[in-house]
Design a protein around this ligand. Structure first.
Ligand code: KIV
Length: 271
């Protein structure tokens, strides 16, 4: 679609316009300059510097260990590679929950030191005060409901959330509350497609789904998953567009062979 070529810089207003016009929003994660530059050139609307960097970049089992300083380092690298997409950065675990002053300080550091365009926080009613205080500084906030990986030890599993009516009802209430507080969009992670569609229809602001079906206003994936760099992660919702891990392994094998066999470098590859 040619829509992306007409837009110089995606803003939160662009996303609202997309929702109103029924244009789907594309979002992927990035954690470094080189990947951000490539995916931004691909015409993506939103780049999320996710705290999934804790898993993908640092090899941790959960998103909990990543620090604000590490998120700022990743975010600043991404911002330097982006000219078109809106760059949203996750506030990491321990830097906003139960303390709205800390939340505002953390968000300001992300905006000031990394040059980000917005922040994302996980949770509903319980983080309302943090969301509203961050918004007083003019910082756009994206919400995140459903499977919120920073609460993995509360859930105990990464399975689909809000299958039961009581949790589904709470999710819709939280979504409406985040919208009322002033969030510009909400990520819906790993919830039944029917619920995600209903929430998306109910809200005026855009929803961006991951494992939430096609009824949301946009889609997000972890770039390393959709590019096939993380081989072991195979949830049902993931579509792989490349098998990069395999291609990189083959390239490395070829390089090792070339070095060992003295095929590399050849006469043209030297001074
Ligand atoms: O950290 C992350 O990558 C995320 C997406 C999965 C939405 O929050």
């Amino acid at each position: 679609m040619s829509v992306h070529k007409e837009i110089k810089r995606v803003t939160t207003h662009t996303l609202q316009e997309f929702k109103e016009k029924g244009i789907k929003i594309s979002m992927l994660t990035a954690y470094d300059f080189s990947m951000a530059r490539i995916i931004d050139t691909g015409g993506l609307d939103v780049i999320l510097v996710g705290d999934s960097a804790s898993n993908v970049m640092a090899g941790h089992e959960t998103t909990l260990p990543i620090t604000l300083e590490q998120m700022i380092y990743h975010a600043a690298s991404v911002v330097r590679g982006v000219t078109r997409a809106l760059v949203v950065v996750d506030l990491p675990f321990g830097y906003y929950q139960g303390n709205s002053r800390l939340a505002l300080e953390s968000a300001i550091r992300i905006m000031k030191e990394a040059g980000a365009h917005a922040v994302k926080l996980e949770g509903g009613g319980e983080i309302r005060e943090s969301v509203e205080r961050i918004l007083t500084a003019g910082i756009p906030v994206m919400g995140h409901l459903g499977l919120t990986p920073q609460s993995i030890y509360k859930f105990g599993t990464y399975t689909v959330r809000a299958k039961e009516e009581i949790e589904a009802k709470k999710l819709l209430e939280d979504a409406l509350l985040l919208q009322k507080s002033g969030c510009f969009a909400i990520v819906l992670e790993k919830i039944p497609a029917k619920l995600a569609t209903a929430v998306s229809k109910e809200l005026l602001i855009p929803t961006i789904g991951i494992g939430a079906g096609g009824g949301t206003d946009g889609q997000v994936l972890v770039s390393h998953d959709m590019l096939g760099i993380t081989k072991e992660f195979k949830p049902r919702f993931l579509r792989r567009y490349l098998n990069l891990a395999e291609q990189i392994e083959n390239a490395v094998k070829q390089y090792v062979d070339d070095v060992k066999s003295k095929n590399f470098p050849n006469k043209d590859e030297q001074y």
